[in-house]
Design a protein around this ligand. Structure first.
Ligand code: ADP
Ligand code: MG
Length: 795
């Protein structure tokens, strides 16, 4: 029953495993189930064998029991027969019983042999190994026990064979007894025959005697007397019977012993059965555990399958929904697909013909592009031509503008009253302006108003930017290749350095000019490549020194270029390439440091020397290769005050003479240039000689005349303004210019030389052009023409 159940479950598990089809633990379960099913099968085989053995043993035992029972019954029947024979005194059937017993004995032996053969066959059957199974040990134990049982059975059989032997012996003895019994029976039969004959005779006699009643009793007595011999035989027979009974009793005893042995064998069998039952129970329990485990595994598996199934159902539902959506989309997409397919087919057809079309299109496009390139080239040429023309035009216009404005322009800048001017009437303001005309300045000199007209007048409220805007055009022209000179002229303390250099917070023309140059160059960077360099020099006592050089003390010379171009150059003058305002600041700082280490009183020294910042702008037109070079000279001139008036001597006097000479030379050069004279005396001073290139030709010059507004400086202010106005007035009319220039230049030169030798105090003031001048004795100014048309550079 167990086997059937197990088999059924195994099948169930196997079916579940095959049905599950889910990945993960199933292969393990499957393997386990397979192993278990194999075990089960082996167990079933073992059990079947055991059952077979049991059955055989039972059958054998039963047979033996039956045989014993039969023997018993036979013995009983023999005993009954003996008793019956004893009772009947007859021995004729004993032989038949003996024969029957012998036959039965023979049958028993044959059955016993058959059993032995079966047993041997069973033993000869090999045990099926059960490898890799947890029950194999148990099975081997069972097998051991089985072999033990078989041994016991063999022993029992041995005992049985011994018993059989005994039975044989006893049977042999019985046969002997039977033989004797046979003899006895034969004798008895003979005796019986004889007795029966005699009995018949007796009966006949009795019957005849019965007819005669009294004689019958007698006869009987006779018979009885006559049968003494019979009685003797009977007693013998009874003795024999007695003997036989004893033998039977002995047989019974033997039988009883055999029964006892059989009993013990039964008991052993029962014990063995109990053990087998115990093992079976253990097997059952193990099987039960295994089944439970299998059950739990199956439950787990089922649960997992259910969960997976539920998940799959959910996913399936989602997939179904998606599918429905996709179907709907498909339905809507189908017409679109149809149109797309049509389009695609159409496109395919077009694509087939596309290479030809493409070739044609490429040919035409190439032709068009070639044509376009040619057109563009033509246009470019045209544009380039126009551009060059425009460039020339612009330059022309600029030149014209500058020409109209004048190549040399003069502006005045009045500084505000400062603390240094002090207080009181001396520090009162002596300068006023025309609100309607920014080129007019009024000076109140010794109570008399004097007015001057210049190109532009900047009041004290004008900012650095305002002044710079005025000079901006000049600086831009430098990029176009013009040479430009900007001079700051005026007495010490009038604001020259402030206008040119300014303060770090509020820079002057120098830094603003460079900033403008940088921004302009940046703007034109796509068409032009520019290189900007700066040099800084000073002229002190007619000695040129490099402010950026390593040896500031070294005297520099101005020489003609050896290439025969007539250009001038200064060998050894340091030139720094600058690309940003930072670079400029570094250069200025370097120059300033050079000056401070060189001179103990820098302020005083700087007022006695000309400071030059030379900016060179070299440009290359990227498209045409055209090269331009423009030079911007920013000059902070030495103080123009008349030192002679204070009776200076020695170095101070020498400085004053040099300053006077150089400023005078500057005036001469400007006058010569304005009057377009053939000879311009550039070589008369280091300053003009150095700036020769930048002052001649179509160069542009701006003179910023710095003015102090206070009363105590009106005299110097007057001279500065007269100088400025003269310059401007000379420029306005060629005729007058020539005349004025001639008189001024010659006059100045004439007056200069003696002045150098015997310095005289300059005139204190000049009321107005054309009016008389108060000149101080000993001053070079004193020797000027009183008309005031020409004014010497103050000394
Ligand atoms: P210079 O170089 O002609 O000897 P400075 O430039 O040194 O004269 O000027 C003298 C003083 O006047 C300086 O303190 C300067 O700051 C001041 N100053 C000159 N011009 C102006 C101005 N436009 N605005 C304000 N202060 C000025
Ligand atoms: Mg100065």
């Amino acid at each position: 029953m167990n086997v059937e159940n197990t088999g059924g479950r195994l099948f169930g598990i196997g079916r579940c495993s095959s049905l599950s089809g889910s990945p993960g633990p199933d292969p393990v379960v499957h393997r386990t189930v397979e192993a278990m099913s194999q075990l089960q099968e082996e167990l079933v085989v073992l059990r079947e064998r055991l059952a077979l053995h049991d059955t055989d043993r039972q059958a054998t035992t039963t047979q033996l029991q039956n045989q014993v029972e039969n023997l018993k019954e036979k013995l009983i029947s023999q005993a009954q027969e003996v008793s019956r024979l004893r009772s009947e005194l007859g021995g004729t059937d004993v032989e038949k019983h003996r024969d029957r017993l012998m036959v039965e004995n023979e049958q028993l032996r044959q059955e016993l042999r058959r059993c032995e053969v079966q047993l041997q066959e069973l033993r000869a059957q090999p045990a099926v190994p059960c490898e890799g199974c947890e029950h194999s040990q148990e099975s081997s134990q069972l097998r051991d026990k089985l072999s033990q049982l078989q041994l016991e059975v063999a022993e029992n059989r041995g005992m049985l064979s011994e018993l059989n032997l005994e039975v044989q012996q006893k049977t042999d003895r019985l046969a002997e007894v039977e033989l004797r019994l046979k003899d006895c029976l034969a004798e008895k039969a003979q005796e019986e025959e004889r007795l029966s004959r005699r009995l018949r005779d007796s009966h006949e006699t009795i019957a005849s005697l019965r007819a005669q009643s009294p004689p019958v009793k007698y006869v009987i007595k006779t018979v009885e007397v006559e049968s003494s011999k019979t009685k003797q035989a009977l007693s013998e027979s009874q003795t024999r019977n007695q003997h036989l009974q004893e033998q039977v009793a002995m047989q019974r005893q033997v039988l009883k012993e055999m029964e006892q042995q059989l009993q013990s064998s039964h008991q052993q069998t029962a014990q063995l059965r109990a053990q087998i039952a115990m093992y079976e129970a253990e097997l059952e329990r193990a099987h039960g555990q295994m089944l439970e485990e299998m059950q739990s595994l199956e439950e787990d598996k089922n649960r997992a399958i259910e969960e997976a199934f539920a998940r799959a159902q959910v996913e399936m539902k989602a997939v179904h929904e998606n599918l429905a959506g996709v179907r709907t989309n498909l339905l809507t997409l189908q017409p679109a697909l149809r149109t797309l397919t049509n389009d695609y087919n159409g496109l395919k057809r077009q694509v087939r013909g596309f290479p030809l079309l493409l070739q044609e299109a490429l040919r035409s496009v190439k032709a068009e592009i070639g044509q376009a390139i040619e057109e563009v080239n033509t246009n470019n040429q045209e544009l380039l031509r126009k551009y060059r023309r425009e460039l020339q035009l612009r330059k022309k216009c600029h030149n014209e503008l500058v020409r109209l404005k004048g190549n040399i322009r003069v502006i005045a800048r009045v500084r505000p009253v400062t603390k240094e001017d002090g207080e009181g009437p001396e520090a009162s303001n002596a300068v006023t302006f025309d609100p309607d005309d920014d080129s007019i300045i009024h000076l109140l000199h010794k109570g008399k108003p004097v007015s001057f007209e210049l190109d532009k007048v900047f009041s004290p409220w004008a900012s650095q930017q305002d002044v710079f805007q005025e000079v901006q055009a000049l600086i831009t022209s430098c990029i176009d290749g013009f040479n430009v000179c900007i001079f700051a002229y005026g007495q010490t303390g009038a604001g020259k350095t402030y206008t040119m250099e300014g303060t770090p917070d509020n820079p002057g023309i120098n830094q603003r000019a460079l900033q403008l140059l940088f921004s302009e160059v940046q703007e034109k960077a796509c068409d032009w490549q520019y290189n900007i360099t700066v040099s800084a020099a000073e002229i002190y006592n007619e000695v040129l020194r490099d402010l950026l050089g390593k040896e500031p003390q070294e005297k520099l010379e101005i020489r003609l270029c050896p290439d025969g171009s007539g250009q001038l150059y200064v060998p050894g003058l340091t030139e720094f390439q600058v690309q940003s305002v930072d670079d400029i600041n570094k250069v200025f700082e370097f120059g300033y440091n050079n000056r401070t280490t060189e001179f103990t009183n820098l302020n005083e020294h700087s007022s006695r020397s000309h400071a030059l910042l030379i900016v060179t702008v070299r440009g290359v037109d990227c498209s045409t290769g055209l090269r331009t070079t423009g030079k911007l000279n920013l000059v902070d001139l030495a103080g123009s005050e008349r030192v002679g008036k204070s009776g200076a001597e020695g170095n101070r006097l020498r400085e004053a003479q040099h300053i006077n000479r150089s400023l005078s030379a500057l005036g001469d050069v400007i006058a010569a240039l304005r009057s377009r004279q053939g000879h311009v005396p550039f070589r008369n001073s280091k300053l003009t000689y150095l700036l020769q290139d930048s002052l001649s030709g179509d160069s542009k010059t701006l003179m910023v005349v710095q003015v102090s507004p206070v009363e105590k400086n009106t005299s110097e202010t007057l001279y500065s303004l007269k100088f400025a106005e003269r310059v401007r007035s000379v420029e306005l009319g060629p005729g007058s210019r020539r005349t004025e220039l001639g008189s001024w230049s010659s006059q100045e030169h004439l007056e200069w030389e003696p002045a150098c030798q015997t310095p005289q105090p300059a005139p204190r003031a000049h009321s107005a052009p054309g009016s008389g001048t108060n000149s101080r004795p000993g001053s070079i100014r004193r020797k000027l023409q009183p008309s005031g048309k020409l004014r010497p550079v103050p000394v």
